[in-house]
Design a protein around this ligand. Sequence first.
Ligand code: ADP
Ligand code: MG
Length: 833
Amino acid sequence: MHRTLGIDLGTTNSVMAWIKDGEPEVIATAPEESGTPSVLGLSGDGTLLVGREALNWLERDASRVIATVKRLMGRQFKDPKVRQAVLRMGQGGPEITEGPDGGILIRLGDHDYTPVQISAIILRRLKRDAEERLGTEFTRAVITAPAYFGERQIAATREAGRLAGFHVVRVLMEPTSAALAHGLGRAHDADQATVLVYDLGGGTFDVSILTLMPGFVDVLGVGGDNLLGGTDFDGSLADHLQGLLNERSPGHEPLPGDASKIRKAAEHAKIRLSAASSTEVIVSPLGESGAVLSETVDRKHFENLIAERIEETVDLTRRTVTEASLLPEDINQVLLVGGSSAIPLVAERLAELFGREKLRTDVDPMTCVALGAAVQSALVDTLDCPDCRATCPLDADTCSDCATPLVGTPTVECPACHVPAPENTGSCPVCASDLSALSAQRPAPPAPSVCGECGEENGPDAMECDLCGARLRDSGGLKCPSCAFVNQPGLAWCSLCNAELPVAAPSDVTPRPIGIRTSNGSLVVLVEAGTRYPTEQPIRHDFQLTANPGDMLEIALHEGDLQPAERNDLCGVSMYELPEGSTGTKALTIAVHLDGDRSIRLETRLDGSSFTPAVFRRNPLPPEFRRRARETHGRFQTFLADWRHELTPAESAVLAETATALEQVVRGEAPGRSLDTLLEDADVLLERQQSVRWATALAYRYPHHVAELMPDEDLEAMLRHRSALKSMREAADFDRGHKIAEEVLSIRRRLGEDLYKVMSALAFASHNGVNAALQQRIQQTGDMLTEAARQGDLARVDAAKSRITDLYADMRREQAEFRAPERRTVRPEKPAR
Ligand code: ADP
Ligand code: MG
C-alpha cells in the first residue's frame, strides 16, 4: 500500500503529518521542532541548505537565501502582489527578476530558479526527512494551499509536488484542512456548522468562513492581510529591545550581525510569552564593546507593543463576517490556526467578539493544517488518473486504462543546481548537468513480518497475516471511534464493527468563476464561483460557431469574472481543426467536468460530432508562454498541412512529435522538459525544416529548368546537393541538411535575381501554376531561351531573359490575387435567444 504524506507548505514553516495507527501524527524533523522553515539557501561552497540551516545562513549572506517564496508561487512578475512581496523581503536578499515568460526568477549563486523549483527542492527535502525518520516511503502527498489561491497558484503547488517526486492526490484548502484536524465535517454531524478559521502565521493572516455539511465544505468568505504576521511581532519586540539597549549603553556602536541576533532573541521571547507571563532576554556580545542586553519582558508589555496589529486582524475578521452577510452569532466555532494565534491576546480578543465557548484551541495551531492534510489522506478512496481521468483504486501503481503512474517518480538531485529531476533523466532540465550516473535513494524495503497473533511469518509487503488475517501493517486508514479498529484508507464504515467512520472527505469549491472567451472577446462563465468539485455531472453550455473551411476552433479557458475575458488568468487553450464541411453557423456544446484534483476536463461537440476531450491540468505555465507555444504550434500546423504530401516519413515523425509537445503546452500541460528549450528547439526545427524544404525545391528546379544558363560547376554542385539533401531528409537530419541548404542558397544568390525569376516562372508554368495564356507565353519564351543558349546567341539569351522576367512579374501579380485564404481562428458565440 502506498503511503501518503500530509504537507502544510507554509509561507514561513512547512509541517508534515501522516496517519499512524489510525490517527494523524506530526512528523518532527528535529527535536522540539514540529516544522521546517520554508527557507532555502546556498552556502559559500554551493552546498544546498534547507530549513533551519538556511535560516541560520541568512545572517552570513542574505543574498544566497530565499524565504517566503510561497507569496510568489504561480504569479507573474508584474503582479502588484509580487512587488509588495519583494519589497517586504527587504534589501540584501537574492536578485528577483522577470523571467522570459513573464514569470519570476530568483537568483541564487550561479542559477536562476522559479518559485516552483524552490518549493520543489523544499518539498523533496521534507519527503526525504520523513522517509528517513520513519523508514516508510511516501510516494503520494496531500498538500495544502490557502483558500484564496487561484487556479494558477494551486497548479504551481501541484507542480512543485510532482517535481519533488510525489503523486499529488489533493491540493487541499488550508481552512478545510484545519477543520478536518478539529474533527469537523464528519458524516454523522447531521447539522451544518458555520466555522471561522482564524489563521495567523509568520507572515500572513488569513481568515476564512466555511460551512461544513456532511460530505462537503462551502466557503462563505475569505479575507485577511497577506503581509501581516509573526515576523511583525518579532520586529516590534526587537525594536523595543534595541531602544532599551541604546538607552542603557549610550554611544553603543553596533556590528552588522547585531540586528538579526536581537531579532532572533525577540522571536524566542515572543514564543515563550505565549506560555509564561514574563521572560528573560539575554543577548551578548553586541557591538564593538561586547555589550550585554539583559532584560525582563512581561507579556502585558509585549501585548501592548503588538495590540494595534492584533486589532487589525480582529477588524479584518469582523469585516469578513459582515461581507459574508453574517453576524458573529451565526458563527458556531472559531478555529485558532497558525503559530501566532498562540498569543493569548488573540484568543482574548476573539472571545470578546464571538464568545469564549466558540473558540477551539485544542489542536496545536502550528501543526493543525498538516494534521488535517493527513486526515484527508485517509479519506481519499479513489485516485484520478492525471492523464485520462479514469478513476483508479488506491492500491494501483498505474492507471489501468492508460498506464500513467499513480505514484510519484523517484527523483535525483542535480549536483549543480539542486533541482530535482526524475531518476534516469539524462541531463538536468534546468542546467543541463549530466545526471545519468545518479540513482534515487529509497528507504530500505520492509522486512518480513511475523504476525503478533499467530506467529506466522509473512512476506515483506503483506498487509494482513496470511494465516489468521490479523493486521500486520498500517495502511494509513482511520481508527474506528467505536471499536478502535484501524481500517483501510477511504472506508466509510468500520470493517470490523460497521460503525460509521469520520469519513466525510470534503469536496472543495472553486474560488472564482471559470469561463471561456467568446468571438467578441467577452467572458462567458461556464462554472460559477463556489461550485463544488469533483462535479458529479458535467456542466453543459450551448454556443454556436460560425466558420469557414479550414478555420481552427479556439477555446480559451479563463479564471475570474472580469470583462473582457483577456483580463482574467488564462487556464489553458484548446485548438481544434474543424471537420470538413463545418461551414456556416452550427450548434456547439461545451461540457465541463471538474475533477477532485482541480483539473478541468472539457468536452466539445460541434453539430453532434465530438472532438477529443481536452484536460486542463491547470499547471503554472504563464499565459505568455502559452501564447508563444500557440503561435509556434500554429506555424507547425500550417507547415504540416502545406507540405503533408511531400514530407519524408522521418520528417513527418520528427515534426509531429514536436507539434504534439507544443499542443500539450497550449492545453496547459507541462511538457516534462524546459519550456524555453522546447520553444527554442521548435523554432529552430521549423526554420531548418523550412530551409531544407526550400533548398530541395531549388536544387531540383535550377537543373531542371535553366541548366543551360548555369556555369558547369554550379550545376554540378546543385546536383550533388540535391542527392545529399534527399538522403538527409530521409534520415530527418536537419542539422546537416541545414548546412547544405545554406550552400544551395548561396549558389542561388551567386546566380543572380534574374536567373531566379526565369527559373521560378518556368517552374510555375510547368506545374500549371498560372493561367493558361500566361503559361503558354512563359513556355514559348523559355523554349526560345534554351534554343538561344544552345546556339550561344547571347543577345537573344538576354532578350528572352528580360521577357521572362516581365512575365514573372505578371505571374506574381496573378498569384497574389489568388492567394489561398489564411487559416482563421474562430471562437464560440453565444446563441441568439
Ligand atoms: P506559516 O503558516 O506562515 O508558515 P506558522 O503557522 O508556521 O506560519 O507560524 C509561524 C509563526 O508563528 C512564526 O512567526 C513564529 O514565531 C510564530 N509562533 C510559533 N509558535 C508561537 C507561539 N507559541 N507563540 C507565538 N508565536 C508563535
Ligand atoms: Mg500556515
